[in-house]
Design a protein around this ligand. Structure first.
Ligand SMILES: Nc1ncnc2c1ncn2[C@@H]1O[C@H](COP(=O)(O)OP(=O)(O)OP(=O)(O)O)[C@@H](O)[C@H]1O
Length: 233
């Protein structure tokens, strides 16, 4: 098993407030980890920490040498220019050489089913298409680790299905993923592991089948079991 990412006893603060406390988490290659928990439990903060956007105020964070990372957010953030330029800029910032950029942009757009729209203005697309562009931008970076913060939460059901299918494609290609979700069906369909957060603490970390096994979950974490019962009620 290759460990790509590890947090050891990590606290994370935003301003004066400590948001995450004592987080222990290991992500192995080809894991698909779902982060679940109530609003404000710390899922986004944990994802930002994993991606290196926030630094722990205590504890250790380590990422495997050379592991490339990308992140997709709930709402796609695209620049006011063409789709192709959005992708190219992301690659340029990552230090990819120009000839390689020219090859990767059309490849990534084809991968998300948007081969024909490279010259369209990114902000003129539907939100569902914009999210696919955000996935193409992530894919073009060839990430070993992909972080996704509720990637389908702003989408209607058809767009949601398309994004889930892209996530499955990424997984099949061997991309390791950590994603926050409020959608338990999605968690069952896509995750291999479930991490449950409550008020900034990690209270359960189980293989997906064990997490959805009521007796097993109750043994490990009464809090996580109560949350799950509430969500399924
Ligand atoms: N910029 C910020 N400044 C101050 N507090 C913040 C900031 N961002 C998040 N928080 C606080 O940190 C806690 C965790 O927030 P976070 O967004 O990580 O939770 P979440 O589980 O992702 O929630 P949701 O499901 O609503 O997206 C919350 O109490 C929130 O109010």
């Amino acid at each position: 098993m290759t460990v790509l990412l590890e947090l050891v006893d990590v606290d994370v603060a935003i301003g004066p407030a400590t948001i995450l406390r004592g987080i222990q988490l290991q992500v192995q290659r080809e894991d698909r980890v779902a982060l679940i928990g109530a609003n404000g439990s710390g899922k986004s903060t944990l994802l930002r920490t994993l991606h290196g956007l926030l630094k722990p105020v205590r504890g250790l964070q380590s990422t495997a040498f050379g592991a490339r990372q990308a992140m997709v957010f709930q709402r796609p953030f695209l620049l006011r220019t063409t789709v192709a330029r959005n992708l190219a800029l992301g690659l340029r910032l990552a230090g990819v050489p120009p000839h390689e950029i020219a090859a990767r942009v059309p490849d990534a757009l084809a991968r998300v089913g948007l081969a024909d729209i490279g010259e369209r203005h990114a902000r003129h697309l539907s939100v569902g298409q914009q999210q696919r562009v955000a996935f193409a931008r992530a894919w073009a970076l060839r990430p070993d680790l992909l972080f996704l913060d509720e990637p389908t939460a702003s989408l209607d059901p058809p767009a949601k299905r398309e994004i889930e299918s892209l996530m499955a494609t990424f997984a099949e290609a061997g991309t390791t993923m950590v994603f926050a979700s409020h959608n338990l069906g999605q968690v069952k369909r896509l995750a291999t592991r479930v991490v449950y957060l409550e008020r900034g603490r990690l209270l359960a970390d189980l293989p997906v089948a064990a997490f959805f096994d009521h007796d097993r979950l109750r043994e490990v974490s009464r809090e996580a079991d109560l949350f799950l019962q509430g969500e399924m009620a």
